[in-house]
Design a protein around this ligand. Sequence first.
Ligand SMILES: [Zn+2]
Length: 264
Amino acid sequence: MRVLILILIWLNFLTFLFLFDLFSRESFVAFLNIGQGSSVLIYNPRLQMLYDAGPYGFETISEINKLLPFYDRDIDLVFISHPDKDHYGGLFSILERYKVRAIITPPVNSTESGYLQLLKKIKEKNIPLIYLKKGDKIETNFEDILVLNPKPKMFKSDNQNSLVLKVSKNNKTFLLTGDIDYKVERYLVKEYGNILKADYVLLPHHGSKYSSSDIFLKNLGNFFAIIQVGKNKYGHPHKEVINKLEKLKIDYWRTDLNGTLIVK
Ligand SMILES: [Zn+2]
């Protein structure tokens, strides 16, 4: 009798999981509120991807927990836009909690000690590290992802060599820009023209005044801007950038003031 009850409870639990999964089978992009840094969850029921991991991991994991079923411990692909701590720092905790199948970075050689430690950890865990550059593509059942930057040897700094992705999903397009500056923006406008246009744009470098140039903003079409930002000493987002957005009548979302943005 006791065994039978246990089996019934177990069957009930399985039905619950099945229903939970059925109802949560949506596909979305979430710009996470993780403080000063970047992290975007690109979710579909078959494949979960993270573009940057935020600075510490605690906030990133707590935001992901609100969005994924509690039993889901898979993040299939993690993109690290470039080796800055506010973009990769959270990966240490994420690698402990989630099964990560592969990590994608631009082809850069950083000697920053935290980043070298991360590379060591990735190696210890036998997680494949894949380098992507301009022109590479990823296709899933739900997304087309085109890599627009970096073009190797074109620019020098890590920020300038950020992985810039154009993601097409649910009939919407997203431009994810890392910490690129106005020089890279100008190059992207010249190189890509209309391909740059997107419905949702993660503004480069947390709204720094050295990014979001006029020529860039004017070549993105009608878009909704997202500024991923938290408490910081750099003056992000810069007043000039906010003024520019208001002047150009571009609506924007600040994760520090408005929280996580989920686009379904
Ligand atoms: Zn940054």
